[in-house]
Design a protein around this ligand. Structure first.
Ligand code: AMP
Length: 280
């Protein structure tokens, strides 16, 4: 396993590999890896000659007062885990390496970043698209892997890659869940025992909504209010949003007549969790 901290060095290594016609898969992460991340790594290893996993807690995608400083980090453990999967290359740069003092450029996707998490986290997606552009330019992968867990993020990146004529194919993989349905997330570690127990309402509410939709309910108001009722049965929650949006425009719809995304963000104490399900 090759570990790089330096942009010039990883570029040189990968350009040598590309000269030998190696296909390259990129899995961008912020570390503190769990089985959700590993599912992307496994897929990339299956699909490509070389898999590059980046580990970088990107400061520009955290707003003021968010959890950048507290975000969990354990690079040593991450490296051990990635080794067991046979990952060939790790890129874990410092903040200074990615954002030198004279750094002066951002990349921003317009409409589809306005709603959902974009509305509650101003500037978040600008940070995401800027860092992902940098990673795609550094690694120049054949394919890059993202999780459906961060559905809006994956769709924003797919849009950016299309709009800017980037080469990488964006692969979106399903949400990996704990046994009780909670979507795996590095932030789950922040939940105390009660919050962790109650956080199962998220998936329960999504499953209930899917059941309603499958039995013919098309009204988003009705589906959303059922979801809200289930989530509010847990006393520790603070709902940020529950939205049903068209899967392409990410604009809210009143009636579900095309493929839609039911997405939610809910806070348990200071910990904000997101989850989603596709209604089609
Ligand atoms: P993060 O480290 O949280 O920025 O996540 C890195 C990548 O892993 C993103 O593409 C996420 O969508 C994906 N990911 C995170 N959690 C999960 C999960 N439970 N299932 C599938 N993919 C996930």
């Amino acid at each position: 396993m090759q570990i790089f901290n330096n942009v010039a060095e990883i570029k040189k290594y990968l350009s040598n590999e590309k000269a030998k016609n190696a296909t390259i898969g990129l899995v961008p992460t912020m570390g503190y890896l769990h089985e959700g991340h590993c599912s992307l790594v496994e897929k990339s290893i299956d699909d490509n000659d070389i898999t590059v996993v980046s580990i970088f807690v990107n400061p520009t995608q955290f707003g003021a007062g968010e959890d950048y400083d507290k975000y969990p980090r354990d690079t040593k453990k991450d490296l051990e885990l990635l080794k067991t999967y046979g990952t060939q290359v790790i890129f874990c740069p410092s903040v200074e390496e990615m954002y030198p003092e004279d750094f002066n450029t951002t990349v921003e996707v317009s409409d589809i970043t306005q709603g959902l998490c974009g509305a509650s986290r101003p500037g978040h997606f600008k940070g995401v698209t800027t860092i992902v552009t940098k990673l795609l330019n550094i690694v120049n992968p054949t394919k890059a892997y993202f999780g459906q867990k961060d559905a809006q993020q994956a769709l924003v990146i797919r849009q950016m890659v299309k709009d800017l004529n980037m080469d990488a194919q964006i692969v979106i993989s399903p949400i990996i869940r704990e046994m009780d349905g909670l979507a795996m997330s590095s932030r789950n570690i922040f939940l105390d025992k009660d919050q962790r127990h109650q956080a199962t309402v998220l998936f329960k509410s999504l499953q209930y909504a899917k059941g309603l939709y499958d039995s013919g309910e098309k009204s988003t108001e009705k589906i959303k209010s059922s979801v809200e009722k289930i989530i509010k049965s847990s006393p520790l929650v603070n709902i940020d949003y529950i939205s049903i949006v068209d899967i392409s425009s990410l604009k809210p719809v009143e009636e579900i007549n095309s493929k839609c995304l039911l997405a939610l963000a809910v806070k348990f104490g200071p910990t904000r969790l997101i989850d989603n399900i596709i209604l089609e």
